[in-house]
Design a protein around this ligand. Structure first.
Ligand code: ZN
Length: 223
């Protein structure tokens, strides 16, 4: 089925489906677990609209290209055009919040990195961005830290909160908007906490955004 942004009640969101702008290494512990330096400036990359699929009730992963890692990330749905924005206008420009999976063909990414090649084949393939539904941005308070988490087969794999981000979410959006104009319907992924690991067919997932959103999902092998 073609991907469409949805509110948590399942109704479609009246925004087009655009690109997904992502950041590498926005949590220090995740940078360390992959043996990477903590960056001084954020590392940006893009997943195309064709990488988006609904996270629930299930999604599929490639099984013939080495390990596919889960990276659970806070997802921000852009509601207004942002170019050279500051953090305040970036926050006002958001339509909704949810969680996305930045699926990564880790073996392939490692091989591409070693050769000094771009990562696209490892990060931007069809289905590489399973996405939850979205909570209306007006209903979310940022005064307290917001936690995201991922359980796989009942075991907690990843948990992180907004205070652990090296570049806070709206500052990150503002910085992105100086490189890529963010259009209504684009999504920003804000980086993954530590605990990334391989997914396997039949895995049962539980992804959470604070207390506001819980997504149950199952992993299938891509046909
Ligand atoms: Zn990521």
């Amino acid at each position: 089925m073609t991907y469409q942004h949805r509110w948590i009640d399942g109704s479609p969101i009246d925004l087009p489906v655009g690109k997904v702008v992502c950041v590498g290494r926005n949590y220090a512990e995740h940078a360390h677990e992959l043996g990477n330096e903590v960056p001084e400036a954020p590392i940006f990359f893009i997943k195309p609209a064709s990488s988006l699929v609904a996270m629930a009730p299930s999604f599929s992963i490639p099984t013939d290209q080495g390990e596919v890692h889960h990276e659970i990330e806070m997802a921000l749905l852009v509601g207004e055009r942002l170019k050279n924005a500051d953090a305040t206008s970036a926050q006002w420009g958001m339509a909704g919040f949810g969680v996305g999976l930045d699926l990564t063909l880790r073996d392939l990414q490692d091989a591409l990195k070693k050769q000094g090649h771009p990562w696209e084949r490892a990060k931007a393939f069809d289905g590489a961005c399973p996405m939850s539904s979205f909570i209306d941005a007006r209903g979310v308070s940022w005064k307290q830290p917001i936690e995201i988490s991922l359980e796989v087969n009942g075991e907690l794999r990843q948990r992180g909160n907004t205070t652990q981000m090296l570049f806070p979410a709206f500052q990150l959006v503002a910085q992105m908007s100086h490189v890529f104009t963010l259009e209504p319907g684009d999504i920003v992924l804000t980086g993954t906490p530590s605990g990334v690991a391989a997914l396997h067919p039949d895995d049962q997932l539980l992804a959470k955004f604070g207390n506001a959103l819980t997504v149950k999902s199952e992993v299938f092998a891509a046909p």
